[in-house]
Design a binder for this molecule. Structure first.
Ligand code: FAD
Length: 542
């Protein structure tokens, strides 16, 4: 309690000058924040301030698709870790999140997937009017520049460039042939009428380089005089007058500043940070806040709860031929990428995948399996000398729920993340089925000319119990945390269907945290859709 008070007094004392005012202030220039900044400033009379804790993002590894894992644990990464995970032998899992203009879309694996149409219909069934698939499809299309052209499901001319891959490794071709061998149908478009099946992924790239939300939305909008972008500005607290948000306090270059929002303050800091910022501001579970020294301003028990993520495990093999991406880091390949924007460095590593139902009777796929023609263990940070390939079975309909809570009242301390992976038998069962499926694919004829030793789990691990043990030792995040400020009407809902924080005027949350349930697929395109829809609601005064 005393520490919390001391922190706020210190900030108040170092505050400089008079605060400026804007119509809208957006916290976080990630996937959602870039969309909001661009769309809200289309009306040149609307003054917008965009705060971003990270920097501009000039690193070449942001541009080069195959280099994304080189961004991990660098200055563009929040570099979070979970608390010891109770069902994973108390391991702390590394959680990368983008801290740079573009946010996580500047460090992600670029896979363009929307999830299953049933995901959005379910959101609507929970009481969120306007969020059914038919109602959100126009926003997916509005955001998109689909290089294959416009169709019932796709748009052209939007800021998100969606491309077919420029480079496909021979091992990925073998993977696709293997899926056919074991009877998995080819899917011409994961974002079309059906989700099941196998295919090359489409990617958020343009001319063979990453195309983040900052590239598509923010950079063109920065020319507008009504948009102020402040990189290196870390929001520390929502300024409240009674039950109305009137602005934000932030730190820039070690100096405490404030800005006023005449219209609204919009939190777009992502699943970890938006819930943290609400709690730092006294908006959250009152009893919990008190115990960390924060005076509760508004009791909202759901803040930080309902955390969901897609867990993944890497099933890896040695490759008997030197053709994988493991040998791709050469000067020749770099020059090839630099000049022609193709070759192995244009690969997003997870080049292909499939969606599948592991049990009969399921209405939708519960498993996504990614394939990478490379060694990918420990987030690509563990390297081997040999050439390898690997499968990433991923649970896309998790039952496990975790939570985010404050560790302290200091806004610069990371919050406590408890993902609670594999806390239900059903989640474990699906992951075990995923490991078995990876092995079936690896033993298909198409891999005969490439398959070497199984590195992990290792051929000796065959029983369900042994595979479960492998999962407890090796499971990682597929980087899709959502849900900590969920949209809804129940007691744990944080925002309403217009993404306005329940009980606080002038405050919205617009990012991955508002998802009531994680979609069955990668989350970047859904976040961008959410921000497109939110921007339209805000502009319409809704
Ligand atoms: C390594 C990795 C790989 C991924 N791969 C894929 C993929 O291939 N396909 C896919 O669809 N999805 C992928 N994802 C997930 C996807 O990128 C995210 O779901 C999406 O980007 C989240 O968007 P967001 O706007 O909610 O948050 P973010 O994009 O994370 O943006 C939040 C922004 O807010 C800033 N911020 C936070 N707190 C503050 C504060 N207090 N003050 C100021 N600024 C703040 C952050 O620095 C950040 O820039 C991946 C994610 C990661 C990390």
């Amino acid at each position: 309690m005393l520490l919390g008070l001391a922190w706020h007094l210190m900030l108040a004392r170092s505050m400089t000058g008079k605060s400026k005012s804007y119509d809208y202030i957006i916290v976080g220039a990630g996937s959602a924040g870039c969309v909001l900044a661009a769309r809200l400033t289309e009306d040149l009379r609307t003054r917008v301030l965009l705060l971003e804790a990270g920097g501009e993002g000039g690193a070449k590894e942001i541009r080069i698709p195959a280099a994304f894992s080189k961004l991990f644990k660098t200055g563009v990464d929040w570099n979070y870790a979970t608390e010891p995970e109770p069902h994973l032998h108390e391991r702390r899992l590394y959680w990368p999140r983008g801290k740079v203009l573009g946010g996580s879309s500047a460090i992600n694996a670029m896979i363009y997937i929307r999830g299953n149409r049933a995901d959005y219909d379910f959101w609507r069934e929970l009481g969120n009017a306007g969020w059914g698939f038919a109602e959100v499809l126009p926003y997916f299309k509005k955001s998109e520049n689909q290089e294959r052209g416009a169709s019932e499901y796709h748009g052209v001319g939007g800021p998100v460039n969606v491309a077919d891959p420029r480079y496909v490794n021979p091992l990925t071709r073998a993977f696709l042939a293997a899926t056919e061998e074991i009877g998995i149908a080819r899917n011409a478009d994961f974002n079309g009428p059906e989700q099941d099946g196998a295919a090359l992924y489409q990617v958020t790239q343009k001319n063979g380089a990453r195309w983040s939300a900052a590239d598509g939305y923010l950079q063109p909008a920065r020319e507008r005089s009504n948009l102020t972008v402040l990189p290196g500005a870390h929001a520390t607290r929502v300024l409240l007058e009674g039950k109305r948000a009137v602005g934000v306090a932030f730190l820039r270059g070690g100096v405490a500043e404030e800005a006023r929002a005449d219209g609204e303050l919009i939190l777009a800091g992502g699943t970890v940070n938006s819930s943290q910022l609400l709690m730092l501001s006294g908006i959250g579970p009152a009893q919990e806040l008190k115990s960390t020294g924060i005076s509760p301003m508004h009791d909202l028990p759901g803040v930080g709860k309902n955390l969901q993520d897609h867990p993944m495990v890497s099933v890896g093999y040695l490759c008997t031929q030197k053709i994988s991406l493991d040998g791709a880091e050469t000067l020749g390949n770099f020059l090839r990428w630099l000049v022609w924007k193709n070759g192995p460095l244009a690969s997003n590593v997870a080049e292909a995948g499939l969606f599948l139902r592991t049990r009969v009777g399921l209405a939708v796929p519960d498993l996504q399996l990614l394939f990478g023609p490379a060694y990918y263990r420990g987030h690509g940070l563990v390297r081997r000398k040999e050439h390898c390939f690997g499968f990433g079975p991923t649970l896309i309909t998790p039952e496990s729920r975790g939570e985010i809570s404050l560790r302290s009242a200091n806004p610069l301390d990371a919050p406590a993340i408890r993902a609670n992976y594999l806390s239900t038998d059903a989640d474990l069962r699906t992951m075990i089925a995923g490991v078995r499926l990876a092995r079936r694919l690896a033993h298909a004829k198409s891999f005969d000319q490439f398959r070497g030793e199984e590195l992990h789990p290792g051929a000796a691990m065959t029983s369900d119990a042994e595979i479960a043990e492998f999962l407890r030792n090796e499971l990682e995040t597929l980087y899709h945390p959502v849900g900590t400020c969920k949209m809804g009407v129940d007691a744990l809902a944080v925002v309403d269907a217009r993404l306005r924080v329940h009980g606080i005027a002038g405050l919205r949350v617009v990012d991955a945290s508002i998802m009531p349930r994680v979609p069955a697929g990668n989350t970047n395109a859904p976040v961008i859709m959410i921000a497109e829809k939110a921007a339209e609601m805000i502009r319409a005064g809704a």
